[in-house]
Every structure is written in structure tokens, then in C-alpha cells.
Design a protein around this ligand. Sequence first.
Ligand code: NAP
Length: 243
Amino acid sequence: MTTKGGCLDGRVAIVTGAASGIGRATARRFADEGAHVVALDLKAPEAPAGGLGIACDVADQASVESAVAQAKERFGKIDVLAHFAGITKDALASKMTLQQWDDVIRVNLTGSFIVAQAVAREMEDGGSIVLTSSRSWLGNIGQANYSASKGGVVSLARTLALELGKRRIRVNALAPGFIETPMTDVVPDRVRDKAVSAIPLGRIGQPEEIAAVATFFASDESSYVSGQTLLIDGGRSVGVGLV
Ligand code: NAP
């Protein structure tokens, strides 16, 4: 395999949600760091040079297992999983339909389990799994489904870290705050302004700033870090409780 001299030189990395936002920025960053990127999304995304793009629904076990098999067949191994695919269907809990609840839990939480399980079975010993929680796991009005799904991801990462440690596989989770992507484009200006006013750094984050932390978790730079969830929220969570 060709190498480029980055911290992920020659690694094979599966990135989900790679067509948009944080996943796309991470796929690009991983490729810049020398990884061969297998980019997954509902519609086959354009993969960075030397990579592979595959259409995959993370909520569908057969679809995920097929994508993982294609990645293994093409590159012979899997070293890294960075899992970003996710959705929101916001409503106050009093008005939330069971369908809104089920859809978000299915994609965000069950999808994380499906992807992590399928990749871990095929992953090299010593690999790294990066899941995506959210600052909302602490609780967020209008996001009972999303917050619960992202809280579940924190627990999933911790449990997988315990179970996969014997294979030297590390499992960590990202918990972004307010990041500028298509997912947050729909947030009304009034809500956005209020959110920004509560962020100590005084601005919304960029997808590349999450990709940088994903790169840290994916690479040997975090070789003794496992089972952790890192808030990447411009300091928003500081001073508002136990976390
Ligand atoms: P985004 O721009 O909407 O990207 C998410 C991607 O996931 C989209 O390409 C989407 O495809 C894809 N996707 C949705 N359902 C899928 C499925 N079942 N199978 C495969 N792919 C699927 O969102 P983002 O802001 O980059 O979010 C990435 C992750 O970060 C998510 O897990 C999100 O919850 C988390 N996060 C984001 C923020 C933020 O402020 N942006 C904050 C905290 C956490 P379609 O567009 O076709 O639906």
C-alpha cells in the first residue's frame, strides 16, 4: 500500500456518514493523514483518492455487513472505524410520536451497535473505534429521542472498550456541541444566537475541528485512551453541572 507520511499512514479506515458534514471532513482528514478511506453513506459517497465509496444504511445489519465485507476484500484489513451517520427528529417529549422516537433510536443507537459489532468482528487487533455521541447526551429540550440515543452511545463505547480491550482495540466517543453542518442548517437564527451566547469560545464549531479529535482517537497519539467520551463544544458544558 502507498503511504503519505501522516499519523494514519497505511491504515484502512471505515468512515460512516461520509457524504456530509463531520463525516466528510473526517474522511478527508484521514486521507490527508495517509489512510485508505472506505466512505459509507445512504448514497455512495465520493471517497478520497485511494479510497472506496459504498452505499450503506447503518440501521440495516445486512447492508452494514456487506459494506464491511467489501472493505475487507478490497484492502485486506480494517484498522479504524469512525462512525458519524446520524439523524434528528426533534419535538417536545409531550408531542413526540413513537415513530420519531423509534427512527432516531434505530439509526443513532442501534446503528452504532450494528456498525461497531460488524467492524469489530473483522478489525485488526490494536484497532480503534470512534463513535459519535453529542453534547445533547447531557439532556436537551426537544431532543428526548436524540439525547437518549446519544447517551446510549456513551454507554456503548464504555462497554465495548471493556469487551474489546483484550484485543487491544480502543473505543472512544466524540461529543460535539453546536457544529456548522447540514444537520444544524435548519436551526432557526433565534435558537442559534441563543446557543452561541452560551458558548465560552463565542462561536459555532467547524466540522474540521471534530475531524481533528477523531484523528487523535483513531491514531496512536491516543494509544492509552479508551472508553472515553470527549466533549468538543467550545467550553459550553463547563460550569453547568457535574460534567
Ligand atoms: P449531517 O451533515 O446530516 O451528516 C450525517 C450523514 O449521515 C448524512 O450524510 C446522512 O445522509 C447520513 N445518514 C443518515 N442516516 C443514515 C443511515 N441510516 N445510514 C447511513 N448514513 C446515514 O450531520 P453532521 O452534523 O455531520 O453529524 C454527524 C454526526 O455528528 C451525527 O451522528 C450527529 O448526531 C453528530 N453530532 C452533530 C452535531 C452538530 O452540531 N452538527 C452535534 C453533535 C453531534 P442523508 O443526508 O442522506 O440523510
